[in-house]
Design a protein around this ligand. Structure first.
Ligand SMILES: [Zn+2]
Length: 70
């Protein structure tokens, strides 16, 4: 039994069964879920990670990129 999972459904018709396809395209793998009822498709792919640098406690500055000035 799987726990802590939410069932997913088609956003168009509400059906809950899908056919899954994989589309290998460099540099990442995509998955396509096609609704068994209305044939709507959803593309599932990883998003590139992004770093965010915020001010820490008691900081007047934070890390930044130093670009040489002309
Ligand atoms: Zn559907």
């Amino acid at each position: 039994m799987m726990t802590n999972l939410e069932p997913m459904a088609c956003g168009n018709c509400g059906h809950g069964l899908f056919r899954m396809y994989s589309a290998q395209r460099e540099p990442s793998l995509k998955l396509v879920a096609q609704c068994n009822k209305c044939r709507s498709t959803s593309i599932i792919e990883p998003a590139p990670a992004a770093l965010q640098i915020e001010f820490g406690e008691h900081s007047d500055g934070r890390l930044c990129c130093m670009r040489p000035t002309g």
